[in-house]
Design a protein around this ligand. Structure first.
Ligand code: FE2
Ligand code: FE2
Length: 176
């Protein structure tokens, strides 16, 4: 059994991941409405990744016979001042999640729950990548904010395809 403190905190994290999913859908819809399809596609894809994170955490709890609390989430931000604002919001969100995941690892370690601590390791690595991707994107949109087609070309070039499946990733509940 995972430590109670870890189960409680992981259930909260499931809520944060679903909230991130909703936020990225909202950002994608915003860019779609602005006819920026490459940015939209990137955020639709990011949204799916966040859902997968939540479902990986759910699978972990199910496998461990621990209680899963499927959360409600607060509504995402849906209006944005300019082309940069959604990416800035996304970067803040990823940085916050990195802290939350580190907190999960710390809770598992404090409780002597090494199985759960190991479970958090993949997410720690994932957050390093997500923060790096969003920081890069923020630099690009800030530099080219007056020329959205530059940003669209960058997205088409650098983020055309979904990342290859990561064989080390935890299994999302209900997937295949
Ligand atoms: Fe996530
Ligand atoms: Fe993320």
């Amino acid at each position: 059994m995972p430590a109670d403190s870890f189960v409680t905190q992981l259930n909260e994290q499931i809520g944060h991941e679903f909230a991130a999913h909703q936020q990225y859908v909202a950002i994608a819809v915003h860019y779609d409405a602005e006819t920026l399809p490459q940015l939209a596609r990137f955020f639709y894809r990011q949204a799916l990744e966040e859902r997968d994170h939540a479902m990986m955490m759910i699978q972990y709890l199910v496998d461990a016979d621990a209680e899963v609390v499927v959360p409600g989430v607060t509504a995402p931000q849906t209006t944005f001042a300019d082309i940069v604002a959604p990416v800035a919001l996304a970067l803040d969100q990823e940085k916050r999640v990195s802290e939350q995941i580190n907190g999960l690892a710390a809770t598992a370690r404090d409780a002597g729950d090494f199985t759960s601590e190991q479970f958090t390791q993949w997410f720690i690595k994932e957050q390093v990548e997500e923060v790096a991707t969003m920081s890069d994107l923020l630099r690009v949109v800030e530099r080219s904010k007056d020329d959205p087609m530059d940003i669209e070309n960058f997205m088409a070039r650098e983020h055309a395809a979904a990342a290859a499946a990561d064989p080390t990733a935890p299994h999302p509940a209900g997937a295949g």
